[in-house]
Structure formats: C-alpha cells, structure tokens
Ligand binder design. Structure first.
Ligand code: ZN
Length: 136
C-alpha cells in the first residue's frame, strides 16, 4: 500500500496521487533569476538574484508573461532566466513539471525600453537535484 502525495489517502502500490488530488488543477508559478553563462548562481547569498512574480492558472498565460516583448519581468537585465513550475496543491508539494527559459537583452545600451530574445532551455545542470524554486 502506498499513500497519496497530496492528501495521504491510501492507494494501491505504484500510484502517487489519489483521483481527487490528481484532478485538482496545478498552479503555474513564475520565478526569474540571474545565472552566469554556465547556468550557475553567483556565489554569496547577497549576490544571488531570484524573485517569484506570481502564479497563473495555465501554462499558456504564464508563458505569455515570460515571452512578452517588453520583458518587464527581467528588470532591464537584472534577471536573465525564467522558470515556470507546475505545482499541485498541498504542503511542500513537489512541482510536477518545470519549464525553463533564457532571456537575452537585445538593446542593452538604448534609452528605449529593453527588448528580449527569449528561448526555451534545458534545466541548468547545476540545479539537477534542486526543485521548488518559486515556493521555497
Ligand atoms: Zn489525495
């Protein structure tokens, strides 16, 4: 016998979620951060840059914010990576999926609002065993 990761209900072996928990929609939590060219955070707690912007009811809506042309979430290059986590309900719930993006500023010297080239990327190797960025 196993138990549901969400509510703890008893389950048949090999099943991680009961039906009720499985059918409760995920939220899509958007976090931005700054990583170097090797996909690593700067060393030193005071040098790390990470901010959770909020959550969305769908991947599409979260992704619209990540890829929006004005790129306000990147704060003029202060952040250069965005992450959308699909998170089920529950206490310390493990995200069910992650979507990573890099954002390169296209006009860093301009007085005009910066534009960004946003691309999907693989999860940086340095975070291979790390999860739950947005919720802590
Ligand atoms: Zn459950």
């Amino acid at each position: 016998m196993g138990s549901c990761q969400g509510c703890g209900a008893r389950l048949l072996p090999g099943k991680g979620w009961c039906r009720a928990c499985r059918e409760t929609p995920n939220i899509f939590v958007l976090t931005v951060m700054w990583l170097d060219a090797d996909g690593r955070e700067p060393q030193g707690r005071d040098k790390r840059r990470e901010r959770t912007w909020g959550w969305f009811p769908s991947l599409e809506l979260a992704e619209t914010t990540v890829t929006s042309k004005d790129g306000h979430i990147y704060e003029d290059g202060y952040y250069n990576v965005a992450l959308i986590e699909e998170i089920p309900w529950g206490s310390l719930a493990i995200p069910r999926a992650e979507h990573w993006y890099s954002a390169s500023m296209l006009k860093p010297e301009s007085d005009e609002r910066a534009l960004y080239d946003v691309k999907k990327i693989d999860k940086p190797e340095a975070f291979r065993s790390v999860c739950s960025f947005g919720m802590g």
